[in-house]
Design a protein around this ligand. Sequence first.
Ligand SMILES: *Cc1c(COP(=O)(O)O)cnc(C)c1O
Length: 237
Amino acid sequence: MTISEKLDIIKYNISDSAKKSGRRAEDILLLPVTKTRTPEEIMPALECGVRAIGENYVQELVAKYDVLAPYVDEFHMIGHLQSNKVKYIADKVSLIHSVDSLSLMKEIDKQAKKHEKVQDVLLEVNLTKEASKSGIYEENLERLFWESKNFSNLLVKGFMTMPPAGSSEDTLRRIFSRLYQLFCKFALEDASVEILSMGMSHDYQIAIEEGATLVRVGSAIFGPRDYTKISNRDTGI
Ligand SMILES: *Cc1c(COP(=O)(O)O)cnc(C)c1O
């Protein structure tokens, strides 16, 4: 199947799941995840009208940026981000999905100031408290969210989560619906909150049914990943 055909199927599925949750396909953003993919592999998706892509690694995003920037409106940083690497992407990304500490917010705000922009971010929430995962615990969300208001060059637009790999459908629904509840609570208090990033190749339909507004889909578009192919072009990072 071609990338174009796979995108058509995914868009059909998104529309179907959106209807089930009382929304329209246009209310959901499909974010193709391009980690480990070369620009040549990504181009067919861009030719199908994809305008936003998600990358996980700072070095990889920077390595592909110049080649892809003419065709891409929005680069999203979806992977764990270290404070000392924010400076490499601050002028390149539209949305950072993985903010999980006050120190990271502080650094993003500082770098965004240098580029005279307001950086949109999502707070990553670790609802199951998996030790191996990044993300803030639910009980710290309220505090971090309101602390973000102290930064004039950073704006929290919503939340992101990544359930444990191999979770059952019941568990996925529990996790997604819990984050949707929190999302609704904050959205009522703050009009900036409008993005709920959850769902990947194997669970994006479930995530949309439970309220996701943005799904991050990699392998269902580009095929299985080969992690030896992470771009290691020397970018000096
Ligand atoms: C890799 C990745 C995805 C996409 O995963 P697929 O299973 O290939 O769809 C989505 N979100 C994050 C944070 C990722 O790291």
